[in-house]
Design a protein around this ligand. Structure first.
Ligand code: GCO
Ligand code: MG
Length: 412
């Protein structure tokens, strides 16, 4: 059988998503996620104009060879746009292969290595009272791991910090704040690393004393620190035994983590903006990180991520795949199948999609007692209602940007 057609849908049921729909000559349909937050149309064009035309008529069962073809043939390798496009095709071909075999995808990837996947959710609040309320809500639902983010005294809105309204905790969307149409610019926030470094250890101290030693606590530094600042924070957080400190420095500067490692035993996670195994060479071979944060959507799909996790496994590095709402339910399902199968699974980020998103993308995955499972539906286990998706056209939305108090553009 062969690839008959490839459609690319860009829809906005609650937020923007780019989905590749691959149909075979005998009518089997596979889905792939190519959502690149804030740059969606670039990937859609890359897929429609440069990838799809070269794949029509190709044997759809040649997944590895198609991956190598798309990675090597354009000459221009890696990069978020290219790797997201490659990812979508790869996921769709795996979806088709598992549907043909009549099994949930994890069974083609080696079968289940565990009964469920430890999930972490996002708890945040502008102050400690709101943060406590958010954590309590998740603990009551059975979650065993929470990422904690708070406001910093003296600073305004901070990315990823949100006060939940009762019953509305599953609807928040930190990534992709809408801006006015003209001029179309990202929202701006103010940042002060010294104020943050003073405040965050007090937040961890408070949460540990309020919720006890067992709850896993994670934190995302969002690339905002210099190596010496990150080393200070990692060491200050040690007494509170964080599960991990994520993105403490800008991810592309691999050797920056040497300094952090020298000063602390706080586990480190990095990689949501990285997209190939080569971006991790120093990080993994020098054992500078404990968790790989890439997503299937941004790192070449299931084939790309599996290659990365095999390499990471040799050094004992585990997975912590990126799972924000801007990874679509299709990308999320890919993580759950791969995470269930690989030996070096660590934890899975779980930011539930909104009700509007889940009406359009119908999923088979489940969460119970803080553990995720991909379900037993053949393939990835996600169906896309294309008619309903078409009723939610693309809406321009950009991620915000950080400036220091004096106006300097900062990492965020
Ligand atoms: C996380 C994140 C996200 C990203 C977002 C960018 O989940 O750890 O850092 O919120 O910022 O996915 O598109
Ligand atoms: Mg992050």
């Amino acid at each position: 059988m062969s690839i008959h057609s490839i459609d690319v849908d860009v829809s906005s049921p609650g937020r923007n998503f780019v989905t590749a729909i691959v149909t075979t000559s005998d009518g089997v349909v596979g889905l792939g996620d190519a959502t690149l937050n804030g740059r969606e149309l670039a990937v859609a064009s890359y897929l429609r104009d440069h990838v799809a035309p070269t794949l029509i008529g190709r044997d759809e069962s040649q997944i590895e060879s198609t991956w190598q073809y798309l990675y090597r043939s354009p000459y221009w390798r890696r990069g978020p746009v290219t790797m997201a496009a490659l990812a979508a095709i790869d996921m769709a071909l795996w979806d088709i292969a598992a549907k043909r075999a009549g099994v949930p995808l994890y069974r083609l990837l080696g079968g289940a290595s565990r009964t469920g996947l430890l999930a972490y959710v996002h708890a945040s609040g502008s102050d400690l009272a709101h943060l406590d309320e958010a954590i309590r809500g998740y603990v009551e639902q059975g979650f065993q791991a929470v990422r904690i983010q708070t406001g910093v005294p003296g600073l305004g809105q901070i990315y990823g910090v949100h006060d939940s309204d009762p019953g509305g905790a599953y609807e928040y969307e930190p990534a992709g704040r809408l801006t006015s149409d003209a001029p179309r610019r990202p929202a701006e926030e103010t940042w002060d690393t010294a104020a943050y470094l003073r405040h965050l250890p007090t937040v961890f101290e408070h949460v540990r004393s309020e919720f006890g030693p067992e709850l896993h606590l994670l934190h995302d530094g969002h690339h905002r620190m210099r190596p010496i600042e990150a080393a200070r924070l990692a060491s200050d957080l040690e007494p509170y035994r964080p599960f991990w400190l994520e993105d403490c420095t800008p991810a592309e500067d691999q050797s920056a983590l040497r300094l952090v490692r020298e000063h602390s035993t706080t586990p480190l996670a990095i990689g949501e903006v990285l997209n190939s195994v080569y971006d991790y060479q120093t990080l993994i071979t020098e054992r500078l990180i404990d968790y790989v944060r890439s997503s299937a959507t941004h790192a070449g799909g299931i084939t790309g991520l599996r290659q990365l996790m095999t390499f990471a496994g040799i050094y004992g590095t585990r997975s912590g795949f990126h799972g924000p709402t801007d990874v679509s339910p299709v990308g999320m399902a890919a993580h759950l199948h791969l995470g269930l199968a690989i030996h070096n699974f660590g934890i899975q980020e779980y930011m539930p999609h909104s009700a509007r998103t889940l009406e359009v993308f119908r999923t088979s995955y489940t969460v119970e007692g803080g553990l995720l499972h991909p379900g037993e539906t053949p393939g990835l286990g996600v169906e896309l209602d294309r008619e309903m998706a078409a009723a939610h056209p693309y809406e321009p939305a950009y991620l915000p940007l950080n400036r220091l108090r004096d106006g300097t553009v900062h990492d965020w």
